[in-house]
Design a protein around this ligand. Structure first.
Ligand SMILES: [Zn+2]
Length: 232
């Protein structure tokens, strides 16, 4: 009996997405109309649902999306682990580096992050009048942890506290709170924990983080579509 093997080499039906290293971290970059000022970011590599939501979403909506390629929550910078959502300020990065790498000098990693941060920020800062949308998933964390730190809150789904928007612009909040979903506004740059939301508040660009429970693909897609259809 002859068994034939068909090799599909040369029949590549997909293109490898461009990969860029920004701020010491590797990202896949997906563009849907490079002229669109909208930006999207996926930064915690172990939040699989948000990664999938981002890929699906970018097939239908315009903008440029940056998705971390690693599969862990933490990224490695100069050999040390750091939470990528704590590396947006020196003070936040240093705390995360010290927490995750006890008894190791965080200096070289900190310096690399300082040198590279603007390169990353240049790419993910939205164009004038536009916004940066971040996608996250959680396991236990919920909007309850953010109530105290927020300027305003609208909790329309108290039974689904893990699904919520966190925004930094009062105008976005005014629109998002008309949705049937949970929303909090954090417009102040302090306390500076090194997160992207606090840096967005400091620099004055619009930032919206959509948090959903891990595995809640449809819920996250639905909320993201509401955002697209209602926020300019
Ligand atoms: Zn996250």
């Amino acid at each position: 009996m002859l068994r034939r093997t068909f090799l599909l080499t040369g029949l590549s039906i997909f293109h490898r997405k461009p990969v860029e290293t920004l701020g010491g971290v590797e990202f896949k970059v997906v563009r849907n109309n490079a002229k669109s000022p909208r930006r999207y970011i996926f930064i915690h590599g172990n939040e699989d649902t948000a990664r999938e939501v981002m890929d699906l979403h970018m097939q239908a909506y315009e903008g440029t999306a940056f998705s971390v390629t690693g599969k862990d929550r933490y990224v490695t910078v100069a050999g040390l682990k750091v939470d990528p959502n704590r590396m947006f300020s020196r003070v936040g990065a240093e705390k995360s580096l010290r927490d995750l790498n006890p008894n190791v000098d965080p200096g070289p990693a900190l310096e690399l992050l300082e040198r590279e941060r603007e390169k990353l920020m240049k790419r993910i800062t939205p164009g004038p009048g536009s916004r940066l949308v971040a996608l996250h998933n959680n396991r236990e964390y919920s909007v309850k942890s953010e109530i105290e730190a927020s300027d305003e809150t609208s909790i329309k789904e108290p039974g689904r506290p893990r699904n919520f928007f966190l925004c930094t612009d009062p105008k976005d909040y005014a629109i998002l709170k008309q949705s049937p979903f949970n929303v909090v506004l954090q417009a102040k740059p302090d306390p500076d924990d090194g997160s992207l939301s606090r840096l967005a508040a400091k620099r004055g660009f619009r930032y919206i983080n959509l948090e959903c429970g891990l595995g809640e693909l449809e819920a996250q897609l639905e909320r993201l579509r509401w955002l697209e259809n209602n926020l300019p």
